[in-house]
Structures are given as C-alpha cells and as structure tokens.
Design a protein around this ligand. Structure first.
Ligand code: SF4
Ligand code: SF4
Length: 366
C-alpha cells in the first residue's frame, strides 16, 4: 500500500476531526469522531465507508484553492482503491486493479469473443442464423451443460473470492469477531443499503454530477441495485424450472422468470445508463482518476449485459436470437469473471463497513 495515499488520508481526517463541520453528511464523520488519532486500519475502514457523495468537498472552506487543498472524497477514494487490491483474493491477481478500466474492457471483449467462437466451432453457422423456437430453443444455440458448468464453477469462485476479501477487510481494519448479538448491526446495515440512506446526504441528495444537490444519483443507484437483484431472482427461478421441473426456457411472457427479468433488465438498463451519463458530466476534481476508469468499465458492462438481455427477449422468435444470445452470454461471462476484481467490490466492502459502523455507534465507542 502506498504510504503517500495513507498519509494524505491521515492529513485530511486530522484536519476534519478538528473542524467537524461535515459531521451530519455521512457515516465517515461520526466514525472519525470516535477517534483522536488514526491508524492505517481506521483510515481503510473510513475509505470503505465513504460513498463519494462529494458533500464534504463542496462544503469545505479548506478545499482548493485554499492552501490546505483539502479533498476528502479524492483522498478516501484513492485509499479505497488500494484496499480493493490489498484485500482481494487470490492476492496473485491483484495486478488486475492496475488500469482496471482497461482490464475489465479487455476481459469483456475476450469473453464475448470466446463464447462466439466456441459456439461457431461446436454448433456452426446454423446456431447464429437459424430461427430457433419452442422449448429448449436457447440450448440449440448454446448447449445446457456449456452454460451450467462454467457459470456454476465461476459462481462458486466468486463467492469464495468475495468472502475471503471481506474477511481480509474485516480483520485488517480491526474488526472484532462477530457474535450472535451483533445480528442487530446486520439488520441496521441491510436497512441502510436497501434504502440507500447515505445517498440522501443531508436530505437533498448528493452533489452530483456537480456542486448542486440532487437525488438523481440515488435514484439511478436504486435502479441498478434492485434491477440487479430482480435479474438474479429471474435467473434463479429459471434455473429451478429447468433443473427441477424439466421446463426449459424460453418461457411465456407472463411467467415469473420473464416478468422479473423484464422489470429487472429495464431498471438495470435505466440505472446503468443514467450512471454513465452522470459520470460523463461529473466534476472530476473530487474523484480519483484511476477509480474513474474502474467505474466506467463496470457500469458500461452492466449496461451492455442488460441491453443484450432485453434484445434477446425482444427478438427471441427471430433469426437474430442466436447472435444476440451468444453476445449476451459473453457479456454475462465478462461480468462474472471481473466481479471480484473491480467496482463490484464496493457493494460487499461497503456493506461490511456499514456493519462495523452500526456496531461502533451502538457501543458508543471503537
Ligand atoms: S471537509 Fe472541510 S469543512 Fe468538512 S469537516 Fe473536513 S475540514 Fe471541515
Ligand atoms: S464524499 Fe460524502 S460520503 Fe465521502 S466522506 Fe465526504 S461526505 Fe462522506
């Protein structure tokens, strides 16, 4: 971990702890106020508690051009990126966090190419240009086992990798082993996540994409989060139908997998598209340049995955289905492969930081 990044995070937090003007803005400031000095572990915890709302940047009398040049979102954002690499598992792959935007883009392109080439190799041109309808139509393009086995193996790897990462974060930031009575802290953190409490800011939203307060980032975040969860529910139900009820896809429009997938896909499309628009127009001063590439790559991948998923649904009765399905599966593969090595970590690491915050606030101390 770079000592200059830690030093800068320590400097800004030390000044903030003397000032405390921003204490109502988010969870970082109450957590900071429980301490008089900061260890590296504390600073890494704060970094994952920050969600880059930028309220403290625009409100700060010491922000540039003041000689202190205080930029809390940037300092914590740069440290947060370093924690992603430090806590990731397996650690041999932490180089993937360097130029992460480029890495995720290449992984996505490669994944699409692999799925298209393998389909061409094993199923021929007919898979792409034939019209496939009726039960099991998707499997006439990409066989059932070619979907099930790699995605199950990847799913298990992702769960293990995320679990190890969170365990590393918890241990290395000084978290104590959790007990049964700490379930209340989980309840608080889950509730904070479900309503995206801190994206409300002081009640008027984040300062995004510029200095003005706005709720729009919160709405787009909600759309991405709930859209993703609905798509996950749709895929799980489809798996259950297929595997246990012997009812292979595609399903009728008013079936659970299609209804949930359609609502979720549209929400994900709107949310990720909106986030991309905000990122394109945002003030870059309170952002880490490295983090910008990571955010764009992950959000674009979510957008392309949901877009191709919706296109498969719209054109599933036509000769375009084969091509659209293989490209969609390629993007899903890219999303899965890059999940433990990119922006998705924010979701799990921030949840862990919120649990820690709820515990500290309940105890009234560190
Ligand atoms: S960001 Fe600036 S205004 Fe806010 S607490 Fe820190 S020093 Fe004070
Ligand atoms: S950017 Fe927002 S979330 Fe991060 S420390 Fe400042 S006020 Fe808190």
């Amino acid at each position: 971990m770079s000592s200059s990044v830690l030093k800068e995070a320590d400097r800004v937090m030390t000044i903030c702890n003397a000032c405390r003007y921003c204490e109502g803005f988010c969870a970082v400031f109450p957590a900071m106020e429980l301490r008089r000095t900061f260890t590296a572990a504390d600073l890494k915890y704060f970094a994952n508690l920050c969600h880059n709302c930028r309220g403290c940047y625009y409100a700060c009398q010491y922000a540039p051009p003041h000689e202190f040049g205080l930029n809390v979102p940037k300092a914590l954002g740069e440290l947060r990126l370093e924690t992603y690499a430090q806590f990731s598992w397996p650690s041999a792959l932490k180089g993937l966090f360097l130029n992460n935007g480029l890495v995720v883009g290449l992984v996505a392109a490669l994944s699409v190419a692999v799925v298209v080439l393998l389909t061409l190799l094993f199923k021929g041109h007919a898979a792409f240009f034939g019209t496939h309808t009726g039960a099991g139509a998707f499997y006439r393009v990409v066989p059932y086992t070619a979907i099930l086995l790699p995605f199950t193996a990847l799913g298990v790897f992702i769960l293990v990798s995320l679990w190890k990462g969170v365990a590393n974060l918890w241990r290395e930031t000084g978290g104590q082993p959790l007990e049964l009575r700490d379930l209340k802290a989980h309840r608080q953190a889950v509730w904070d996540v479900l309503r995206l409490r801190y994206l409300e800011g002081g009640g008027e939203g984040c300062n995004y994409p510029d200095e003005r307060f706005s709720m729009v980032r919160r709405y787009f975040h909600h759309a991405v989060f709930y859209g993703f969860m609905l798509c996950l529910a749709s895929t799980s139900i489809a798996f259950f139908y297929d595997h246990f009820l012997c009812r292979p896809a595609p399903y009728p429009f008013w079936s659970w997998p299609v209804v949930l997938g359609t609502v979720g896909g549209l929400a994900l499309l709107a949310g990720s598209g909106g986030m991309l628009y905000l990122k394109k127009h945002m003030d870059r001063a309170p952002a880490s340049p490295e983090g910008f590439g990571m955010d764009i790559a992950f959000t674009a991948l979510l957008f392309l995955t949901s877009l191709t998923g919706m296109l498969v649904l719209m054109f599933r009765e036509t000769a375009a289905m084969g091509t659209l399905l293989t490209v969609h599966l390629g993007f899903v593969l890219g999303l899965f492969v890059s999940m433990p090595y990119g922006k998705f970590l924010h979701a799990v690491y921030r949840y862990a930081a919120l649990v820690r915050h709820a515990l500290e606030q309940k105890r009234g101390g560190v």
